[in-house]
Ligand binder design. Sequence first.
Ligand code: SF4
Length: 375
Amino acid sequence: MPGLYLHIPFCKQACHYCNFHFSTNLQRKGEMVEALLVELERQRHYLQGAPLTSIYFGGGTPSLLSGSELERLFEKIYALHPVDSDAEVTLEANPDDLSPDKLKALRDSPVNRLSIGIQSFSEADLRYMNRAHTAAEALTCIENALAAGFVNLTADLIYGAPTTDDAQWAYNVRTMIGLGIPHVSAYSLTVEDRTALAHMVNKGKTPPPDEDTAARQYEFLMDTMALAGYAHYEISNFAQEGWRARHNSSYWLGEPYLGIGPSAHSFNGVSRQWNIAHNSNYLKLLTATNAGEALWYETETLTPVQHYHDRLLTGLRTSWGFDPAGTPSPFKEHFLEQVRPYLQQGLVELHRGSYRLTRFGKFLADRITVGLFFG
Ligand code: SF4
């Protein structure tokens, strides 16, 4: 079912590991909101009138939006699109933004799910990552969100940082469970190009993340979340019964979505498009372009190979897996041939007609996926 994504490309400060698109210069935030409103108008027919089942404010840091900015965006969205009455409406938030007043304003808006960037409950980890919040704020923002009436909460954690020893990681995971958060996403710290972390590693100022530590901490995560009753339904995502992320699941299921804002991507089942990942150029191109001209984004029609790769990439990493049944020749035959050694090695398993990664396979997800690519 179709989803709408809005990218809010601003952050208070740059986390050392982050390669998402954002600017720390907040001066043009108001102008950006105006541009998002314009783009919403221009792309109003992209989803062909299908009702939205999810709306997702990502970034960047959407919790930097003021109450009135958010209100204007919602007014426009609801004026342009039918929205399911039980649509999942998520806003990504950083702990330092979630004051009781902010939480109250969010409760009064259509937002019904918060995705909080916790990353760690350790001061040393947060300083290493250059997060804008403290460990105390990480804890209190969750308590405050629950007290404000947000039940549908998800929070991010990062494992494998040189500052995160196993005891701290265990504390992070158990704290999250103890707080009663129904959905958790956990990512291994990775060194992305053109980030401060890459620079620090290249200069020898910090060691690269240790793969064995990351694997050990991931294993602990899987075991502990399972014992606590969370389903491991995507390689990085865990949910209690009934709390899976609908928006992200629709990406993994290949549903259409419209992305608004710099760097946002869209997909309509046939082609995908991506907006320019540059705030000034996005503002300039969007406001300078006549309706009908589409200079702020590029489009590509997916080839059959790209379709196969997209389905494989997303499906294999989920608990429902990749079903080759609807895959055309020669991709289906190629897949069935190539997957055999992974089945024999116990890295991939067949479950109700679909193929998915086993516990061991999850550690080698990228390698296995590339091994199943066509050509
Ligand atoms: S707050 Fe989020 S988007 Fe912004 S720099 Fe940090 S990780 Fe990246």
